[in-house]
Design a protein around this ligand. Structure first.
Ligand SMILES: [Zn+2]
Ligand SMILES: [Zn+2]
Length: 250
């Protein structure tokens, strides 16, 4: 059998077996614990209860950013605009992110990607971005951490944004070169900045040069990680960096 057809057969069988498994062992909603009729652990009612923002903000002052021009506050950050899809104060989004990140429930990417799409559809300047000059990249994990976790949640979300809006996608433009202690374990903002310093490297400059880069992660806390990556992207010739996360705080 030609390998291509074999791959198609394999993916069809996988989809069928997933449907079969979902029918026998339906997902329980992460929030209300009722049986979810969806192929992921979130019911329709709870999905509707997740608040979705409708505009990008300035990561320095929090003011609304209506266009890609710099914010009037003049406190320059390397991230020009930050898109925070929902609020970490909402327990449902919190539970979904936990299931995705720490329980490796990959199917949760589907409702999370729906939320991102809804947010981006309603944000004013996003749909005007030039497809040719925009690239989506995920915040990378160090290869050891990626192997342990089996997947990078930021990659799955970023890839879907690129597909939904026909942007190019680059997974290898930036890599993580140092396996530093997790930021979540460090509380002080200055210590977080120090911990993340020099841990990333741009290895494919040609993929980001003169481009608007949409940098995707799951959660934005102090912004140290995103600023560090934005810094090296700018040095490597990126034109503008837009941050995109599911929630901020954490
Ligand atoms: Zn529910
Ligand atoms: Zn500002």
């Amino acid at each position: 059998m030609p390998p291509r057809r074999f791959l198609f057969l394999k993916s069809t069988l996988k989809k069928l077996s997933n449907l079969f498994l979902d029918a026998i062992f339906p997902w329980q909603c992460v929030n209300c614990e009722k049986e979810s009729l969806n192929p992921y652990p979130l019911c329709r009612e709870c999905f509707e209860k997740i608040p979705i923002n409708s505009f990008f903000i300035c990561p320095a002052c929090g003011k609304r950013i209506p266009s890609l021009k710099n914010c009037s506050c003049r406190q320059r950050k390397k991230i020009s605009a930050l898109g925070v899809v929902s609020s970490y104060e909402n327990q449902i989004i919190k539970k979904l992110i936990f299931a995705f990140k720490y329980q490796s429930i990959i199917s949760v990417q589907t409702p999370l990607s729906f939320l991102i799409k809804k947010f981006l559809d309603s944000s004013c300047f996003f749909k005007d971005l030039d497809k040719e000059k925009t690239v989506v990249i995920p915040v990378p994990l160090h290869k050891i951490k990626r192997r342990q976790r089996r997947f990078n949640q930021a990659e799955l979300l970023a890839k879907k944004v690129a597909i939904d809006f026909s942007f190019s996608y680059s997974e290898k433009a930036v890599i993580k070169i140092k396996n530093n202690p997790p930021q979540a374990k460090i509380k002080h903002p200055e210590a977080r900045k120090e911990n993340i310093k020099n841990t990333f490297k741009v290895i494919r400059k040609e993929e980001i040069k003169n481009k608007i880069v949409i940098l995707v992660d799951d959660v934005y806390t102090t912004g140290a990680t995103m600023e560090e990556i934005a810094n090296i992207l700018k040095d490597a010739g990126a034109k503008k960096i837009i941050g995109l996360v599911l929630a901020s705080g954490g």
